[in-house]
Design a protein around this ligand. Sequence first.
Ligand code: 5GP
Length: 362
Amino acid sequence: MEELVSMPKVELHAHLNGSVRDSTLLELARVLGDEGIIVFSDVEHVIMKDDRSLHEVFKLFDLIHILTTDHKTVTRITKEVVEDFAYENVVYLELRTTPKKNDSKGMSKRSYMEAVMEGLRAVTVVDVDFALQTSDTRTSMKGLPINDTCHGARRKKIYVRLLLSIDRRETTEAAMETVKLALEMRDLGVVGIDLSGNPIVGEWNTFLPALKFAQEQGLCITLHCGEVPNHQEIQMMLDFLPKRIGHACCFREEDWKKLKSSKIPVEICLTSNIRTNTISSLDIHHFADLYNAKHPVILCTDDSGVFSTSLSKEYSLASSAFGIGRKELFQLARNGIDYIFADDEVKGDLTEIFNSAAKELD
Ligand code: 5GP
């Protein structure tokens, strides 16, 4: 396991509010309990529960959002989540979150995202590269390679890019607002749009205008696709040609054919799929077929807090369930560079990082 922790990794499917530490959620719940806003004992066992159906997961998110949705807490959880990924040598993190409007907290989608940015700036234990850089700042950042030795101490660096999520409960107008915000925040490291939220809620056609607009404007799109059997929607999503999709659990033969011929990379979240019973057992998980067919795949956590996992654990699980060796796992992580939404310069930097780690592996 230690080897997998120290291996450089690329995380492309992580939801901010799903990646919050349990200890932080409990602390926040205690405060709201003391203020009489919630009953702590009711909430404690919901936070600590292990197995949840997909339906229960979305109920949990409603609770998490009550605990986390004020500016100060959004900043705090962003900082902690980035630090947690950096600790286990995630060198590139694409973090996704749904910009939230909450009038009672004076929160707009923009101010929510500004609180996220503040969280990125607040990280001190590692160097965070999160905004598009001018060539000057890039040159000076070049002096800060990953795991640089600084005053005798090892400094880590993590590249963070953001995806703004559209929640399936949202209207076309709300989805469009998120896309426009993403376009305005491009210089701050927003690289794309995600469609997520309860898969049994909402219609593809509601989100399509905003997603099309985003695609036309050059934002990269990833879609939660096939978490429930909805053949028509899966086909429409694949026809849309997103840059990546997440999950792909309930595909039929025709869907696999279309996916494989399109070569759309798939973000695979093993623990999440098993915990939510979207896939009944790893023996029948589609990862094996896609991996053996050399279809682009990348292992991801989805919600490391909610599912008590980490990216290293996901690699360990893939190793034990599918018999993948150390070098192949390294290659699997390295392949992720091809599927990131950041620019070629970042891809070049990541390639260097993996090349130097490969020398240590030999
Ligand atoms: P947030 O966007 O609030 O930072 O992260 C939590 C949100 O991400 C959830 O409310 C939900 O909309 C979305 N999400 C997290 N995990 C999943 C998942 O496994 N499937 C889907 N469809 N959405 C998810």
